[in-house]
Design a protein around this ligand. Sequence first.
Ligand code: AMP
Length: 458
Amino acid sequence: MCAVVGVYGSENAAKIAYYALFAMQHRGQESSGISTADGEKITLIKDRGLVTEVFDESAFEVLKGRCAIGHNRYSTAGKDSVLDAQPVFARYLLGEISVAHNGNLVNKDEVRRHLIERGAIFQTEMDTENIVHLIAKSDKDHLVDRIKDMLGKIEGAYCLVIQSRSKMFVIRDRFGIRPLSLGRLPDGGWIVASETCALDLVDATFVRDVRPGEMLIFEEGKEPVSEQIFEPDYRPCAFEYIYFARPDSIIDGKNVYETRVKMGRNLAKEQPADVDLVLPVPDSGVAAAMGFAEGLGVRFEMGIVRNHYVGRTFIEPTQQIRDLKVKLKLSPIRYLIEGKRVAIVDDSLVRGTTSRQIVRMLRQAGAREVHMRIAAPEIKFPCRYGIDTPTQAELISTRYTPEEIAGYIGANSVRFLSIDGLTDALGRDRNYSLVSFDGNYFAGGCAESTDCSGRSGV
Ligand code: AMP
């Protein structure tokens, strides 16, 4: 999972990209990068670390030009290298190019093998490098046609922002799996960003979401040109609403916070609990827990305090460190919890690490009963479309029933929202990518390996 931004036709392009990336830091904390184009050349700065660590004032003295593209990277353990930072820059026959990508290409191994057999050399493991190679190797005369050539060869989830020395191209895959919004800046420039929270920070006016299968082309002195490259088959990712996106963002017309509250309300209808208190797992479970408490008519309390100076636990490499980090991060308010029957609500259950620690913590704080409620269905399949999930074997719901999970994490009960309850909260006006829950790999890929493009289902 990552964040992308593209700014076009603005004097402050690099600064605006920087603030947009800052607003989207939650989408990736591993590395950050911005490249600018001034009509003559592309300049790139990228490194490991948070946005505020990668850029300082001196960066903006070199990042010149009215077009800037940027990226925050999120990845699981083991791929923590500066080489894997984006945007990816290259020189090729037509000049210079820089690419930022959010998503995951399901046929990346196949494409890479094909390219390597024809002499291509790669510096990284990233699928984004495939994109650059495919553009460079196309025999078309114009970049736009080379991009189309490339798009015909990749499969999976992608939001792409591509910059040449004078133009910017923005593409969303035909399923619209990852979010991408278009906005207008106060100085008349344009911005595209993974989430609308980035538009809000830079005072941009939301124009519309980039359409699935659409390419937008930005050129100086012209209005952006839209071209529908692929027949759309809209299936935005449900997990963006469940966990990933910021609650103040609006994705494809739906406010993330409101959707989470609805998930909680539906959970209360489907899986009520006879409790004295409803507590959220902060911060990920807060909105759903509010909906759950409201649905039950039970008191809601922020009964667990979060220490904000500890990073996300999911990305820690070993189980031992993950366990310790949960304790460093969360701490219960004994005064509220002692002697009470509590429901604890989180947005999702992945490996069960967090929940196990939290249940233990609540028991130590004197809770009489602990009922875990999850505002998403059971995660049984790894996402191949850009959400970092562990292997299928590591997903606790693939191996255990909710009752067995309750035993494992030490809770009195564990219950999940149904797929129908989720769909209802999201709205039944369109299809969603529910791949983590139903294993429908509609955009290619499969549960066991990434090298299985074209096959759907498992
Ligand atoms: P676990 O402890 O492994 O069951 O993980 C569950 C916690 O991880 C929940 O609090 C979620 O908010 C969070 N979570 C779910 N999916 C992801 C993800 N792809 N990246 C990081 N955190 C996640």
